[in-house]
Write a protein that binds this ligand. Structure first.
Ligand SMILES: Nc1ncnc2c1ncn2[C@@H]1O[C@H](COP(=O)(O)OP(=O)(O)O)[C@@H](O)[C@H]1O
Ligand SMILES: [Mg+2]
Length: 388
């Protein structure tokens, strides 16, 4: 059991690429922290420095209170699970799990105890004598987990361990890894580019962009109070709708205006003297006005472009005659999501409405917005604006 401390952790590769910049993070004993961000943001570099597989260019890594910068990987008492978990094809499941322990000259009785226990925890009892090629993808993934568990390490490091599995199995395995991690209460750093995986698995989620930690918080906090536009756009699916808006005081009431839309901003929701902001609202905070009538100052009249029936709900895509928000932070965060189409002249939005909606493509639709859930960002920095 151990806490992990990263202080000013920096990685600069030989070619000058700064992959991780002065990262500070304390991970508590038994905590599962997920590092998430687009490809190339530095997640793997962080993990490899913690593991000792990559030289640290600056700062320190502490495991269990001791600085491990100069320790070899095998002396750091951690276990890694990678995306490409190579099992030994000629060995049984049992031997795959026992192999590392035999190398470490752990006594035979102890090896049997640990392997048996791991097999039970992972539901692999009936597979112990089988060879990897006869196993399903999920079982192989479990064996890879088993190899890490039997070492009884101080920490687990996992780098996109599920990315080779199909979507259904991925959902199963992420629940299983969460359960195991809770059972074992071993401090874990889990890396993924998938925000859903991050949100569902992490006690806390650390969002990275270009080597810089953007925000680290509980999943719900990231969703409700993103620190900036990058986090706002990265967390949530479909992504948050964004538009540049004017903030206007009108008769003592604060309004946000874009195109023909005038929204009433609830008192105390934003504390700023800016008159131009980036306004955000999530697809799930919009509803068909026929299902939930709009409060005054919370209505949007739109033309339906595309209606997508998702079963439990309906996604309504619409455009408004306002310019799309084009920024690097937003574009980087939304490369994975259906954001804005490059070259589009009108901004595109999505509403997640009730399945009883009568929305039809090419026809007008009245939407109601929960204005208590508006988000406000600084146009220049992209930082979230304070609430009063
Ligand atoms: N060995 C290396 N030499 C030079 N640059 C590297 C090396 N490994 C990774 N990088 C660069 O460092 C950045 C972060 O990479 P990485 O940590 O693999 O990101 P992620 O895991 O988030 O996709 C990227 O720009 C990547 O191209
Ligand atoms: Mg990676």
């Amino acid at each position: 059991m151990a806490e992990i401390g990263l202080e000013q952790l920096t990685k600069i590769y030989a070619d000058g690429t700064e992959a991780v910049s002065a990262l500070d993070l304390e991970i508590a004993d038994g905590e599962l922290v997920v590092f998430v961000g687009p490809s190339g943001c530095g997640k793997t570099s962080v993990l490899r420095m913690v593991a000792g597989l990559e030289e640290i260019s600056g700062g320190t890594v502490q495991i269990g209170g001791r600085i491990v910068n100069d320790l070899l990987p095998k002396d750091r008492d951690i276990a890694m699970v990678f995306q490409n978990y190579a099992l030994y094809p000629h060995m049984t499941v049992h031997d795959n799990m026992a192999f590392g322990l035999r190398q470490q000259r752990v006594p035979k009785v102890e090896i049997e105890r640990r392997v048996t226990e791991a097999g039970l925890k992972l539901g692999l009892v009936d597979a112990m004598r089988k060879k990897p090629r006869t196993l399903s993808g999920g079982q192989r993934q479990r064996v890879a987990m088993g190899r890490a568990i039997v070492r009884e390490p101080q920490a687990f490091l996992m780098d996109e361990p599920l990315s080779n599995l199909d979507a259904k199995l991925r959902v199963e395995m992420r629940a299983e890894i969460s359960r195991l991690q809770r059972d074992l209460a071993v401090t874990t750093i889990y890396v993924t580019h998938d925000q859903t995986e991050a949100m569902t698995m992490g006690d806390r989620v650390a969002v990275m962009r270009k080597g810089l930690l953007q925000q680290v918080a509980a999943p719900q906090t990231l969703y409700e109070r993103p620190a900036n536009l990058f986090v706002a756009e990265f967390i949530g699916s479909p992504a948050m709708n964004l538009v540049e808006a004017d903030l206007v005081r009108d008769d003592g009431r604060l309004t946000a205006r874009f195109g023909d839309v005038v929204l009433h901003v609830p008192e105390g929701h934003v504390e700023t003297d800016k008159t131009r902001v980036v306004l955000g609202f999530r697809p799930e905070d919009l509803e068909d006005g026929a299902i939930r009538p709009a409060q005054p100052g919370a209505a949007l009249q739109v033309m339906v472009d595309i209606r997508e029936d998702m079963g439990a709900e309906v996604y309504v895509h619409f455009t408004l005659a306002v310019p799309p928000v084009r920024r690097h932070d937003v574009q980087e965060a939304s490369e994975r999501s259906a954001g804005d189409v490059p070259g589009a002249r009108a901004a595109m939005f999505v509403a997640r409405v009730g399945r009883e909606t009568g929305a039809r493509e090419g026809e007008p639709l009245a939407l109601s917005l929960d204005t208590s859930r508006l988000y406000f960002f600084d146009v220049d920095s992209g930082d979230a604006l304070a609430r009063s």
